[in-house]
Write a protein of this length. Structure first.
Length: 407
C-alpha cells in the first residue's frame, strides 16, 4: 500500500537527545520523498532543521509535565494531557488510516498517552521506535537510581511498586506508577508495531512489553561521514564523551584511567563536574562541546571509552567516532554499545561495573600494534551506508508499506 502521509510524534520539537535527533533527522529526510510529513510535538522551540525543511510542524508549546511550576497540574497533564489528545484528534480528522502511518519517538514527558485515544478509535496504525523502555518500565530505563544497578523487576509487580528506584524520590515513583497504569489502559488495543534499534535493545525488551505488537528492526540514522583518521597509535589520551552521571559510567572511567596511570580527557557536563574535577585533577575536563567543536579533542585520542552501566538501546557516540575518525573503542558489556564491537577486531569489550576489567582493557590498548590493527580493521570494514539517512528512509518506507498492507 502506498504511503501518502507520515505523522511523526515526539515530545520535543528540538534536539535534546538521541531520540529527538533521530526523530528530526528522519522527519526531514522523509519530507524529501513524495510523502507528506507532519511532526506533532509538545514542547518548543522548533529547531532550525525542521524550520528549513518541508516538514509541517505542530508544536503545542507546553512544558514538560514534571517541570510544571504547578505540581498538581503537571501530574495530571503527565498522566492525561487533554489538549494533546484534542489536537491529535483534530489532526487525524484530516487523514485516512488507509494511507497514513503514525511514527512515535516519544510521548511520556509532554504529550502523554492520551494521544492514543483518537489514534485507536480512528483506526490508525502506530510504529513506536524503542529509544527507551517506557513501554515496559515506569522509569523508562530499567534502572534503579537509588541502588545504582540495572533493575530486573517485573513492571508494576509488588516488588516494582514498592521499590524506590526514581532518581528524585518515591513520590515521583508513585507518579510514574499511576502514569504507567494509565498508559497500559490507553495503549492497549492499538494496532501497534515496535521498531527495535539494536539486537541488545530487542533482547532486553521483547518479552517485557505488555502489549500485543508486531516486531521490526530499524537502525538509527547517524552522521558517520569520514572526517579525519585519528593518529591513534601516536596519541596518549583516553576519551569519554557524555553526561557526567553514574549510570553513564563516568566514575568507572575516572577510576580505570587513574589505576592505569594514563591520560584521560572528558567531554561532558552535569551536576557532578566540579566534584569530579577536584577528585581527579589529573584528568582533563573540558565541559560539553558541540559536534563541530569535538573534532580537536577526538584527534588527540588513543581510544574512546564507553563505560555505560545501564541499558542504553543504541548509543550514537560509538559509531560516530568509529565512522568519523576510525577511532578504536573500549566498550562496557552493559549496553547496546557492545553490538558495534567485535572484540579484539575493531575494539575491546569488557565486563561493566568492574574497574579492574576496564583497567586491563586500557592496559591492552596501550599496545601500538593492537591500536594499529583495530584502526585498520575499522577503516577497512566500517559500513557507513548502514547508518545513512538515505538507507534509513528506505527501511522506514518498507516498514510503513508493510504496516498499511497488513490486516
Amino acid at each position: 500500500m502506498k504511503v501518502k502521509n507520515i505523522i511523526v510524534v515526539c515530545d520535543f520539537a528540538n534536539i535534546t537527545g538521541g531520540a529527538e535527533r533521530v526523530a528530526v533527522t528522519s522527519a526531514v529526510s522523509l519530507a524529501e520523498t513524495d510523502s507528506n510529513v507532519v511532526m506533532f510535538t509538545g514542547k518548543g522551540s522548533v529547531c532550525d532543521e525542521l524550520k528549513n525543511s518541508n516538514v509541517h510542524v505542530i508544536c503545542l508549546n507546553q512544558e514538560e509535565a514534571i517541570k510544571d511550576s504547578n505540581r498538581l497540574r503537571g501530574i495530571i497533564r503527565g498522566i492525561y494531557n487533554r489538549s494533546a489528545r484534542q489536537e491529535m484528534e483534530k489532526l487525524l480528522k484530516e487523514y485516512d488510516p488507509k494511507d497514513t502511518v503514525i511514527h512515535m519517538h516519544g510521548w511520556s514527558k509532554v504529550l502523554s498517552s492520551s494521544i492514543f485515544i483518537p489514534i485507536k478509535r480512528m483506526g490508525f496504525k502506530v510504529l513506536v521506535t524503542m529509544h527507551d523502555y517506557f513501554l515496559q518500565c515506569p522509569n523508562g530505563c530499567c534502572y534503579d537510581f537509588q541502588k545504582k544497578e540495572i533493575c530486573e523487576r517485573e513492571a508494576l509487580s509488588v516488588d516494582c511498586v514498592t521499590c524506590n528506584c526514581d532518581k528524585r524520590s518515591y513520590i515521583y515513583k508513585l507518579y510514574r506508577i499511576i502514569r504507567q497504569i494509565g498508559m497500559h489502559k490507553l495503549v492497549k488495543g492499538t494496532d501497534l508495531y515496535v521498531a527495535f534499534i539494536s539486537k541488545f535493545n530487542e533482547n532486553v525488551s521483547e518479552k517485557r512489553i505488555p502489549f500485543r505488537y508486531k516486531k521490526m528492526v530499524i537502525t538509527n540514522p547517524i552522521n558517520v561521514e569520514l572526517r579525519s583518521i585519528v593518529p591513534a597509535s601516536k596519541n596518549k589520551k583516553y576519551l569519554y564523551i557524555g553526561r557526567l552521571s553514574y549510570e553513564k559510567g563516568i566514575d568507572f572511567f575516572c577510576e580505570g584511567i587513574t589505576k592505569a596511570g594514563v591520560s584521560g580527557l572528558v567531554i561532558g557536563s552535569g551536576d557532578r563536574l566540579d566534584d569530579l574535577k577536584k577528585k581527579y585533577p589529573m584528568i582533563e575536563f573540558v565541559g560539553w562541546k558541540q559536534q563541530a567543536e569535538m573534532k580537536e579533542y577526538i584527534l588527540q585520542a588513543r581510544a574512546l571509552v564507553f563505560p555505560s552501566v545501564w541499558y542504553e538501546g543504541a548509543p550514537l557516540t560509538i559509531p560516530e567516532v568509529m565512522g568519523g575518525y576510525c577511532l578504536p573503542c573500549i566498550v562496557s558489556d552493559c549496553s547496546a554499545g557492545k553490538d558495534y564491537i567485535q572484540h579484539e577486531y575493531n575494539g575491546l569489550i569488557y565486563s561493566g561495573k568492574k574497574v579492574n576489567a576496564l583497567y586491563k582493557a586500557i592496559c591492552s590498548m596501550e599496545s601500538d600494534a593492537l591500536v594499529t590493527k583495530l584502526q585498520s580493521n575499522i577503516e577497512k570494514d566500517f559500513n557507513r551506508e548502514k547508518y545513512s539517512s538515505e538507507h534509513h528512509v528506505i527501511k522506514l518506507m518498507e516498514c510503513y508499506e508493510r504496516m498499511l498492507s497488513e490486516e
